[in-house]
Design a protein around this ligand. Structure first.
Ligand code: IVH
Length: 675
């Protein structure tokens, strides 16, 4: 090779290394160090070199991640070490039994484990020969999988070559391919825009994207990889002592390893880890379906060995499934507080997300049409955390010959008033207002709810009876209820009646923000109610303020302002408020405060973030206190945060606050500040 081509070759090598380093910083560390334009420039330079000198193209060049020609079929790859599965535990007792078996099998009192998220994606094996990614395969039946090398190469967080000078002759890395929740949302939006079918969940989207014969399609979908182990290897640097060190080694080789992986000791800590991850689950960027416990010592793993196709040294502790399949028996229409008509699926009971589900929301008519849901269909239902269960999709292959389509009623199914759908809205609404018993019930339930007037024990069954028997028509009627009226209701023992009367009495002492929120003014949620209370200081002032002046309050736009003005223009609403006050509902007002004096609120303009548990106050109490004084409470730490209030077991917010140099307060410090 001539001198000059040697130089070009060297430049190409440098560019590849640089580009892969930036890929690592961007896709694995989530911490890019150059602007996109600069990265593009490096990439283009490499492309140009390779166009001029095709003989210089290498298999591990970042240019080779995309654009390979479609395959006809996937070929098969036999795994050098089988890809086994894990046994599952669903309840604590099964985990206890696992821990006991492990300890007894090894004659030890307690065991150290590596604990990891159980990624809900697709298992893959990546085979590196002399440091270069040669093949990548699906798990298949555990012994033989499909060769999806070209597709895996398009995943930017998978290194094409190992960033070391003395690469091992052989290294098999095992892990899971998944789609981040945010990328899933973007993909589905794109699918809708193109008029194509949406994916039911990130796992299906990842599977659909990975099993494409055309790698260009895979390249257009953003997939991610997490490593959780190794297969066969010839690598003098591979740690031989602990699984946690194997993970650390993989991370050093630039493989993504979940930051939730850690080591702990003993059964108690296993169960605590499960609880902790369960709480974080909805906030993790990817879907998981449980956690995995692995004996940390590799020697002890060996000693325990395998039984049939699963290791004795590891177990998956699964979360209750969030999705299940069932039959849709009927579609009813529910009327909400603001008259919105919501179609609700009545389902054959099914156990999902840790509870039996019989109803699931279908959102609105457009959603039903988009998902093509019909009565009689077999559907996938999802119940995640505290979210209302929803019908995700229909299993078309199971559609019976006879199904019935749903038609949105033209009139309210409860009061018979006309239902209308405004041009810019996705829902139809009952026009019956508070004459509609359904809206009235919802208004009362909202009024009594925990974040509003907080009347303990006033549930929907009770409110149904009160409204149906016309003993309560407005929230003000609640304060006129006597023991006798309550005790006459069905299933109401004297003691519960007493409790309710007491709870109603207690609710009379409230805050202005809670009261405003409780009124159920359209478009005025909890945050807006707090803003209004903090900026105006009195209910009379709120009732007298016009739309223009309301809009001077931060975060209040024309739509919200108009809803407020409309609400108080309604004579009936003002009467109810008058009656409530006359019954003794009261709060502290900040007379003398107005839009113009807000800046004088002691914590005005200050943003707080709370993390961990405080010794004497609940989060809710702290939040209320800060907001009363004009401060804001935010969920995440940023440059704009003024104070981070830290309790026991703080989360990553604490570390972030330290790294950004934000003032840290404990409870005592906070109380001093509030004084
Ligand atoms: S270890 C010999 N660790 O779960 C044990 N597997 O039933 C090998 N999975 O399909 C598996 N997260 O893809 C392991 N942190 C994790 C995992 C994990 C998800 C999947 C894996 C396999 C299944 C095992």
């Amino acid at each position: 090779m001539s001198d000059s081509i040697e130089k070009v070759k060297e430049r190409a090598r440098k560019l590849r290394m640089e580009i892969e380093t930036h890929n690592y910083r961007y896709y694995v560390q989530d911490n890019p160090t150059i602007p996109d334009a600069e990265y593009d420039q490096l990439f283009r330079e490499l492309q140009q070199i390779e166009q001029l000198y095709p003989q210089l193209i290498t298999a591990d060049s970042p240019t080779q991640r995309v654009g390979a020609a479609p395959l006809k079929v996937f070929s098969q790859i036999t795994h050098l070490v089988p890809m086994l599965s894990l046994n599952n535990a669903f309840v604590d007792a099964e985990v206890a039994a696992f821990d006991r078996r492990v300890c007894e099998g090894l004659y030890v009192g307690h065991m150290e484990y590596t604990v990891e998220p159980k990624f809900d994606g697709l298992a893959v094996n990546l085979c590196y020969e002399n440091g270069v990614l040669k093949t990548g395969a699906t798990r298949g039946d555990g012994y033989t999988g499909e060769d999806i090398t070209l597709n895996l190469k398009t995943i930017k967080s998978i290194p094409l070559s190992l960033p070391v000078y003395d690469p091992p002759p052989l290294l098999e890395v095992r892990g899971e391919v998944l789609m981040l929740k945010t990328d899933f949302v973007v993909l589905n939006q794109r699918q809708i825009a193109k008029g194509e079918k949406e994916f039911a969940n990130p796992r299906n989207a990842a599977a659909g994207s990975l099993r494409q014969l055309d790698p260009r399609i895979t390249a257009s979908r953003r997939l991610t990889f997490f490593a959780y182990g190794v297969g066969r290897y010839q690598d003098p640097h591979m740690p031989q002592d602990k699984h946690s060190n194997v993970l650390a080694y993989l991370a050093a080789l630039h493989f993504p390893v979940a930051k939730e992986c850690t080591t702990i000791t003993g059964l108690q800590e296993l169960l605590q880890y499960y609880q902790r991850i369960a709480v974080q689950r909805d906030n993790l960027p990817y879907d998981i379906d449980g956690v995995v416990y692995k004996v940390n010592s590799l020697a002890q793993q060996n000693e325990l060995g395998f039984v049939s196709r699963a290791p004795r040294f590891a177990i998956a502790h699964k979360f209750p499934a969030q999705e299940a399949i069932t039959q849709l028996l009927a579609i009813d229409v529910q009327v909400g507080r603001t008259g919105a008509l919501t179609p609700v699926a009545r389902l054959k009971p099914v156990f999902v997300g840790g509870a039996t589900v019989t109803n699931a929301t279908l959102h609105n008519a457009d959603e039903i049409e988009r998902k093509d849901v019909r009565i009689g269909d077999t559907v996938i239902v999802r119940r995640a955390g505290d979210v209302i269960p929803e019908v995700v999709s229909v299993i078309m292959e199971k559609r019976p010959v006879y199904t019935t389509s749903f038609i949105m009623p033209s009139h309210c199914p409860v009061c018979g008033a006309k239902a209308v759908r405004l041009a810019n809205e996705s829902v139809s609404r009952c026009t019956g207002g508070l004459f509609c018993p359904a809206q009235r019930k919802q208004a009362i339930l909202h009024f009594a709810s925990r974040r509003a007037m907080d009347i303990d024990g006033l549930g929907d069954k009770l409110v149904d009876q009160m409204v149906d028997q016309a003993i309560v028509r407005t929230p003000a009627d609640l304060y006129r209820l006597g023991l006798t009226a309550l005790a006459n209701l069905e299933r109401m023992a004297e003691k519960s009646a007493n409790n309710i009367v007491r709870a109603i009495e207690k609710s009379k002492q409230t805050t202005l923000a809670r009261f405003i929120y409780a009124l159920g003014i359209r478009n005025v949620g909890e945050a807006t109610a707090k803003d209004l209370a903090a900026h105006l200081g009195s209910l009379d002032r709120l009732m007298a303020t016009n739309s223009e002046r309301l809009q001077q309050i931060p975060d209040i736009g024309p739509v919200v302002a108009q809803s407020i003005v409309d609400f108080f223009a309604e004579k009936h609403n003002c009467e109810v408020i008058e009656q409530l006050r006359a019954s003794g509902v009261h709060w502290d007002e900040y007379e003398g405060k107005s839009v113009l004096t807000v800046a004088a609120a002691p914590l005005s303009g200050k943003t707080f973030v709370l993390t961990g548990a405080l010794p004497t106050m609940s989060r809710e109490q702290v939040k209320e206190k800060i907001e009363e004084l004009g401060g804001k409470v935010s969920g995440s730490v940023s440059q704009k945060t003024d104070y981070v209030v830290v309790g026991t077991d703080p989360g990553s917010k604490y570390e972030k606050a330290i790294s950004l140099g934000i003032t840290i307060l404990d409870e005592a410090g906070l109380l001093a500040l509030l004084k």
